[in-house]
Design a protein around this ligand. Structure first.
Ligand code: UDP
Length: 329
């Protein structure tokens, strides 16, 4: 007997594969739906059923959901901030239309619960720190705009239909499964942690630190880095909550602690014993100096708390993955 049947859309991606692993460990029966645009075959687990499909293919979504599921987890949106500003049409189609296709396929098949991977990008420039869920939403990039609009559609559906949602607003996802079971190595990474690791593993000659003249202790930006397995456990708790309580919520997921760009680099150097080749570059447009989360709501309602709070412990899981998958480094 399983705890429930879950469809994980985007289950072969970086966060999705960790969510699938956590669901498997909690004895859910999981089907992965992925188009492998950024997901990877090596991130699949043998226990899970696989459907190769796109979220723009409504017929395939409807056919897949006709099997019946207790909940859907949607992690299939495009997520590169810079790209979203260059190709808003592509992001509108994939993120907005793709998500609506998922919701409508759910309604058609009587699937009532969804966990949606949202983002701190819905807040835009923070007006106060730590950011809680009551903070005004004012995205400053098209990616964040799509996440916020999707949340609004879910909110309308929850008012009008048999539809319950939990939107999880991730802060900065980092780390890998501690046991090395996710193969990782994102294609063309856009975020700090994988970019630093590409320098360590020889795939990237140099990295750029975007600004060291911010009003922070070392002049570089502070972010709230949350381990991906802690994010994954929040999805499991969200699914359980939806199946039991049928109520909709929005939760921030972060640790509440800010870590600077230089502190990440220093941690990578400590953990790997290698030097990071970096250069200070001008500030990147749209970067707030500090962005940290209050996750009190997730703690109160879901009973969720991050287990990883030390940056070296987080970076060790990345290094472990690299050693396992890249062989001798
Ligand atoms: N960053 C950097 N160099 C890079 C990539 C990122 O200095 O090559 C900085 C970025 O300016 C920000 C922090 O690292 O202060 C985290 O950036 P990331 O893109 O990972 O996440 P974001 O905070 O934009 O969601």
């Amino acid at each position: 007997m399983s705890e429930g049947k879950i469809l994980v859309i985007g289950g072969a991606g970086y966060i999705g594969s960790h969510v699938v692993k956590a669901l498997n460990e909690s004895l859910f029966a999981v089907t992965v739906y992925d188009n492998f645009s950024t997901g990877q075959e090596c991130n699949l687990f043998p226990d899970n059923k696989l459907v190769k499909g796109d979220i723009l293919d409504s017929a395939k979504l409807e056919q897949t959901m006709s099997e019946g599921f207790d909940a859907v987890i949607h992690l299939a949106a495009k997520k590169a901030v810079g790209e979203s500003m260059e190709k808003p049409d592509f992001y509108a189609k994939n993120n907005l239309i793709g998500s609506i296709n998922i919701f409508n396929a759910m309604l058609k098949n009587g699937v009532q619960n969804i966990v949606f991977s949202s983002s701190a990008a819905v807040y835009g420039t923070p007006q106060y720190i730590p950011v809680d869920e009551q903070h005004p939403t004012n995205p400053i990039n098209f990616y964040g705009f799509t996440k916020l609009e999707i949340e609004k559609v879910m909110n309308w559906y929850s008012e009008l239909k048999n539809f319950n949602y939990i939107a999880l607003r991730y802060f900065n996802a980092v780390g890998y499964a501690a046991d090395g079971s996710v193969c990782g190595m994102e294609k063309n990474p856009q975020n700090l942690q994988p970019i630093v690791m590409e320098n360590i593993t020889g795939k990237r000659e140099k990295i750029f630190v975007f600004g060291n003249d911010y009003e922070t202790p070392d002049g570089t930006c502070l972010r709230d880095y949350i381990h991906v397995e802690d994010l994954a456990s929040a999805h499991v708790l969200s699914v359980k909550h939806l199946m039991k309580n049928h109520s909709s919520h929005i939760f921030n997921l972060g640790t509440g602690k800010g870590t600077s760009v230089l502190e990440i680099i220093q941690s990578v150097e400590r953990v790997t014993g290698k030097k990071v080749n970096y250069e200070i570059a001008p500030r990147r447009a749209g970067d707030p100096a500090v962005l940290t989360a209050s996750s009190k709501s997730a703690e109160t309602v879901l009973g969720w708390k991050p287990e990883y709070t030390n940056i070296d412990d987080i970076i060790k899981t990345v290094w472990n993955m690299e050693l396992k998958n890249n062989g001798k480094l």
